[in-house]
Design a protein around this ligand. Structure first.
Ligand code: ZN
Length: 147
């Protein structure tokens, strides 16, 4: 495993749309393992592949010790909304309030290519929405609440 460089908000790549993961091979394992190490090194709650310079639809989250890897994720249901602060390893120290759905249903595949579905709310849902945005080149700073 290795700690990879996290790219910042001003780099062109962070705004690019990530492509679906097609190959569930040792390169993917290596990428995900490195992402875990990198996320913990920088004390993050979530990290998308694009943040370490890889334009593939994959991200990881650790919300209160619940560690999940999402590949080719799709949020297919949302309910409610809430506003709470977010931060991002690619943005730095700045935190700001963002409105997100309170509850979501998401489907994705794991690193072995097996499909799973997850229903979640609150911080877990927020974190997943934030990371899904990264896969489309969107940063939380694009969605800040005015007040
Ligand atoms: Zn982020």
């Amino acid at each position: 495993m290795a700690i990879r460089k996290v790219i910042g908000k001003d780099e062109e790549l962070i705004r690019k749309k990530s492509k679906p993961v097609r190959d569930f091979d040792e390169n993917l394992d290596q990428l995900l393992d490195d992402m875990w190490e990198t996320m913990y090194a920088f004390d993050g709650m979530g990290l998308a592949a694009v943040q370490v310079g890889v334009l593939r639809r994959a991200f990881i989250i650790d919300v209160n010790g619940k560690k999940i890897e999402f590949i080719n994720p799709e949020i297919y249901y949302t309910e409610g909304e809430w506003v709470e602060e977010e931060g991002c390893l690619s943005v730095g120290k700045f935190h700001g309030k963002v409105k997100r759905p309170y509850k979501i249903k998401v489907k994705a595949v794991d690193r072995y290519g097996d499909i799973f579905k997850l229903e979640c709310e609150g911080w877990t849902a927020k974190c997943i929405c934030h990371e899904c945005d990264h896969l489309d080149g969107i940063l939380f700073t694009d969605k800040l609440e005015k007040k």
